[in-house]
Design a binder for this molecule. Sequence first.
Ligand code: ACM
Length: 267
Amino acid sequence: MKVGFFQFFPLLGKKEENVERAISSLRGARADLLVLPELFSTGYLFGSEEETKRSAEFIPDGPTFAKLAHAAAREKVNLVYGIAEKEGEKLFNSSVLVTPKGDFSVYRKLHLFNLEKLWFSPGDKELEVFDVDGVKVGMMICFDWIFPETARILALNGADIICHPSNLVLPHLCQKAMITRCVENGTFAITANRTGAEKKEELELSFTGMSQVVDPKGDVLAKADESSEGVWTVDIEPTMARSKKVTPRNHLLEDRRTEFYQKGDLC
Ligand code: ACM
């Protein structure tokens, strides 16, 4: 299976331009699964809930879904991308998995980062895993990385590959942590981050790039630098994520002592 990510510098508020740039970069990528950054079509630093609402779209009845579904069909690739989603009066920071046949699944970010709490509602969907040609694919978004429960629940639900659209701003902590997430859960992870910076009034955010594909042993199979744009791909053997044995007597999921993990809400 060939998997990878698209890393680039989306321009704030330039939705058509960002979507066109992503789609033309995917042309001829010959991959089975590609992940795009969080909020890839709009940029990140919304000034207000009103601005977020203007950028947000219904799924699947929005123009970005239609364009990405068309690209997925044309390139015969499963795409995962981050988008501002509208449902009724609510706005979510979401990611979408769309297959070449147009089947799709939506995940809504559970752990909102900083100002996102002013612009979005927290996710209200379970951490589901989607079957892509026999490979189990789960999604989480950016800051979800700092809550190890997110990747753990995806692994318990059977995820072989965790797709992780991101707009990372903390200096490379996540890229390091995702190696641990893969080792502790025995999964692959594809973190698709963005590059560049955005400024709104006094606030400036710099995004850290360094998107990566990590395997269940913690090896980084593909890695972008901080500022380059493009598609990176690598061949993986997804069944590597099915063996959770660390030693003949240790299993990553079955050896958990859940009866001792009952403090507070932790399970
Ligand atoms: C983030 O969750 N976009 C930092």
